[in-house]
Write a protein that binds this ligand. Structure first.
Ligand code: ACO
Length: 377
């Protein structure tokens, strides 16, 4: 009889000072500050500083941190050359994982160092360069020139600028920056756990990031935001939501963007994203996506809220990213651009009190089986 906890539900496998989640009450805090306050008042850069240093920066500290981040916006030239060799129909998450991994080859400052300061510096550089990887690939696959980063711009603004060759409006920059804040960290989720496991072997941060990006890609994790958009596109119009949902619920189909291992109440990130999606949908003439989403939510509420299934961070992210003009297959990379900060922070925490993460498995196969030579099988 196996004693394994399926999916490690409820298993506490690490300590963290970065984010606190109360899944029953729907609370998320970064270093004790409610996510709503950060979404309203902070910036992504300040939030990353908070996560990595466990306190808000002074003006001078934030300026120095921002300057350091911007100094690493450029991609090494061979990475750009590499991106140009990728198939144009490659999935951006595969591109991101491959290019982040390849960054190790052009790190002349001991890519394998596991000193906390080195991990932090390398994490910062990976975070600074990831937007350039995605933007460059998107432009190359569309037959457009690659746009060099603009170091006078914020993380959010620089990404949208490199993607569109046009500086975003203040509203767009703020909306995207808010998405980055909301996605930065979230306890021991699957990709962060993956990263911590890799860091615990004293492997390099490029391996950590590649593994974590791979875990995030899955449709049960960060890939769900693309799944939501596929659902909205498949439904197509508001009047078809009822029939789609009736069929989906009758067939016990999982609806992307709903449910969470930890939240049994409304995900506070979804609360914020819902408001953002509604506003952006109005501003950009995409109201049908918001209305369809809202109707799906209402139907799900009737059907499964009693089971603790509510919209998660991915549900209204889909409409938000669509309204920001992002292509569907860039949605999950957007999650990664932000979560790199959380992965780096967790790995620094892991290394500060490291012990190899190595759980056990209950063996449930046979014993005493005779070896049969191949010619007798
Ligand atoms: N739609 C319909 N029913 C659902 C959903 C959903 N999205 N999610 C869970 N349920 C139901 C299950 O069918 C199951 O019902 P049952 O007890 O009658 O069999 C029950 O809720 C428990 O579901 P599990 O899959 O066992 O819950 P678990 O904690 O393992 O999974 C997960 C959590 C993977 C997030 C799940 O809710 C899911 O697949 N959601 C859809 C994908 C998604 O949105 N993922 C993003 C999560 S947020 C993030 O990673 C950033």
């Amino acid at each position: 009889m196996s004693t394994a906890t399926k999916g490690l539900e409820g298993v506490v496998a690490a300590e963290t000072e970065m984010s606190f989640i109360d899944g029953e009450k729907g609370v998320l805090e970064y270093v004790g500050i409610e996510i709503d306050a950060l979404a309203r008042h902070s910036t992504f850069e300040e939030t990353v500083y908070l996560l990595w240093n466990r306190r808000l920066p002074t003006r001078a500290e934030l300026d120095a941190f921002t300057k350091d981040l911007r100094a690493h916006y450029d991609l090494p030239a061979p990475i750009l050359t590499l991106i140009k060799t990728f198939p144009k129909d490659a999935q951006p998450m595969h591109v991101l994982r491959t290019a982040v991994s390849a960054l190790a080859l052009f790190d002349n400052d001991d890519p394998n160092s596991v000193e906390p300061d080195a991990y932090r510096a390398k994490g910062l550089a990976i975070m600074a360069r990831a937007p350039a990887i995605i933007a460059a690939f998107d432009r190359v696959r569309s037959g457009k020139d690659v746009i060099a980063p603009d170091k006078s711009l914020s993380f959010a603004s620089n990404f949208l600028y490199m993607l569109n060759n046009e500086k975003p409006t203040k509203t767009m920059e703020r909306a995207f920056d808010t998405c980055m804040i909301l996605h930065a960290d979230h306890g021991l989720n699957a990709s962060t756990f993956t990263g911590r496991v890799i860091a615990s072997t004293l492997s390099d941060i490029y391996s950590v990031m590649s593994g974590a990006i791979g875990a995030l890609r899955g449709p049960l994790h960060g890939g769900a935001n693309e799944g939501v958009m596929h659902t909205l596109n498949e439904i197509g119009s508001l009047d078809r939501v009822d029939a789609y949902m009736k069929d989906a619920l009758a067939n016990k189909k999982k609806i992307m963007g709903f449910g969470h291992r930890v939240y049994k109440a409304y995900d506070p990130r979804a609360t914020y994203l819902k408001t953002l999606a509604e506003q952006l949908a109005k501003d950009t003439g995409n109201e049908q996506f918001y209305k369809m989403s809202k109707k799906i939510e209402d139907i799900m509420h009737e059907a499964v809220a009693a089971k603790g299934i509510y919209p998660n961070v991915d549900f209204y992210s889909a409409t938000t990213y669509h309204c920001l003009g992002l292509k569907l297959d860039l949605f999950t990379p957007m999650f990664a651009l932000s979560r790199i900060s959380g992965w780096a922070g967790h790995c620094i925490e892991q290394l500060s009190a490291n012990r190899l993460i190595r759980p056990s498995a209950d063996y449930v196969g046979p014993h005493g089986v005779a070896y049969v030579p191949i010619e007798k099988r």
